[in-house]
Design a protein around this ligand. Structure first.
Ligand code: LLP
Length: 417
């Protein structure tokens, strides 16, 4: 059970902050994403506290949860944003983030996206290839601007995590190959519309062992020294995101302080501003996906199923990465049984939990799928004609609807028929 300060039982009832989840389901319906604002604020503060010893700038990676109210919560705390597309840039700006606090990543930025980011004046674009640098140089020239760029390096460090979310390995598409960098530095000098302001990396997501960060930072620092000897004065070293959270109480995440203990002494002597891009760390455990049990069924081989009204369309992580999410009854029962918690989608991969011990809840009762703040709503889809759920944010007793449930009309609104 993933009990926290934000999602906890009083008696048999699961709450978010000071509000009963049952009450929220009654008002807003299900499936429903419920986010604790206090959890967002506390995660940000704990991150800032851990790295307080280092001159740094934290850019929330909005891909984890780009709801405007979530973005605004962090923006109001002084946090910047890491965006990965023109769409995310638009969202960050709408969420109230100043352009000079936004950094623009992405292995395949289109010309229009590059132009958009230059026009609004982001802090930097993180380039991932020589061709991209040439494109940024050309577009900046056309716009009469100088583009601030960082080079994303591929440090060839294979961080242990799910293979789909390890990004710092030379087998992957990300970043500029380390062997190519000396040449890139040389060619950069000829690109008169670019200013090199940073060196960047991102080695993956949900990385438990700080040593992977250490290994990649060693490489980043070596390149930083090379950049100095080649006459550049880089102001930012960007370490990326990837800091872990606990999904399964049996596999607790490495505390953020363990990362800071290793990284702060390594990076401090560089005398630059270090950028961090945490996504998951700031949001994963701030939200649950609230879902109602539609049917209970069992079969002759002894399998039991809870069929619920949310599915892989609202949380694809178990299907895509075999990830574990706790599933908790919103009203506790003394009795438990082992069951699969499955959704209504026509795919066998549509499950939240398999062979899991769950409270013996009845049809019509609610389950909370835990840790749904990161990469849940943002990866939702309309597959099977599903309507994206509503989203609410809770702060103490205060409840705000921050995204309306989609309607049937919205499902067809872009079609020309
Ligand atoms: N910076 C860059 C350049 C990234 O690509 C990412 C995540 C982050 C920062 C934030 O990483 P975080 O701190 O959240 O680990 N959908 C997958 C995760 C994909 C992560 C993609 N990049 C999942 O559900 O596990």
């Amino acid at each position: 059970m993933l009990d926290s300060n934000y999602f906890y039982y009083t008696g048999a009832t699961l709450n978010c902050d000071e509000v009963r989840l049952e009450e929220l389901a009654g008002t807003f319906g299900t499936p429903l994403y419920v986010t604790s604002t206090r959890s967002l604020v506390d995660s940000y503060n704990s991150f800032e506290h851990a790295f307080a010893g280092l001159p740094h700038f934290t850019c929330y990676s909005v891909k984890a949860n780009y709801n405007l109210s979530v973005i605004r919560t962090f923006a109001e705390l002084g946090c910047g944003c890491d965006v990965n597309s023109g769409g995310e840039l638009f969202r960050a700006l709408q969420g109230g983030v100043a352009p000079e606090k936004i950094i623009f990543a992405g292995v395949g930025k289109k010309s229009e996206e590059i132009a958009y980011s230059l026009k609004v004046g982001v802090l930097m674009l993180k380039a991932e290839s020589l061709s991209e640098l040439r494109a940024i140089d050309r577009i900046a020239g056309e716009l009469g601007k100088t583009a601030s760029v960082a080079l994303r390096i591929n440090p060839n460090v294979t961080a242990e995590t799910h293979p789909y979310i390890t990004t710092g390995d030379s087998k992957e598409k990300f970043g500029i190959d380390e062997a190519e960098l000396p040449e890139v530095f040389t060619l950069l000098r000829q690109m008169s519309n670019l200013r090199l302001v940073g060196l960047d990396m991102h080695i993956g997501s949900q990385i438990f062992d700080p040593e992977y960060f250490v290994a990649a930072t060693v490489k980043l620092l070596a390149l930083f020294n090379l950049s100095k000897t080649m006459g550049f004065s880089v102001e930012f070293l960007d370490i990326g995101g990837g800091f872990p959270v606990t999904y399964d109480p049996l596999k607790p995440a490495t505390p953020i302080e363990r990362f800071a203990e290793k990284l702060v002494p390594m990076l401090l002597p560089a005398g630059v501003t270090v950028i961090f891009e945490p996504g998951r760390y700031l949001v994963a455990n701030a939200s649950v996906l609230l879902t109602r049990i539609l049917y209970k069924k069992h079969n002759h081989v002894g399998k039991k199923f809870f069929v619920v009204d949310a599915g892989m369309t609202e949380l694809i992580r178990p299907a895509l990465y075999q990830s574990h999410h706790e599933v908790q009854a919103v009203t506790r029962h003394d009795e438990t049984f082992v069951a699969d918690v499955v959704g209504p989608i026509c795919e066998s991969s549509d499950f939240f939990a398999r062979q899991r011990e769950i409270d013996a809840a009845e049809e019509g009762e609610l389950l909370a799928v835990m840790s749904c703040g990161a990469y849940a709503a943002v990866m939702s889809s309309n597959y099977n004609g599903r309507l994206r759920p509503a989203e609410v944010m809770v702060n103490g007793r205060d409840v705000k609807l921050v995204r309306k449930r989609e309607t049937l009309e919205q499902l067809v609104q872009n079609e020309l028929f």
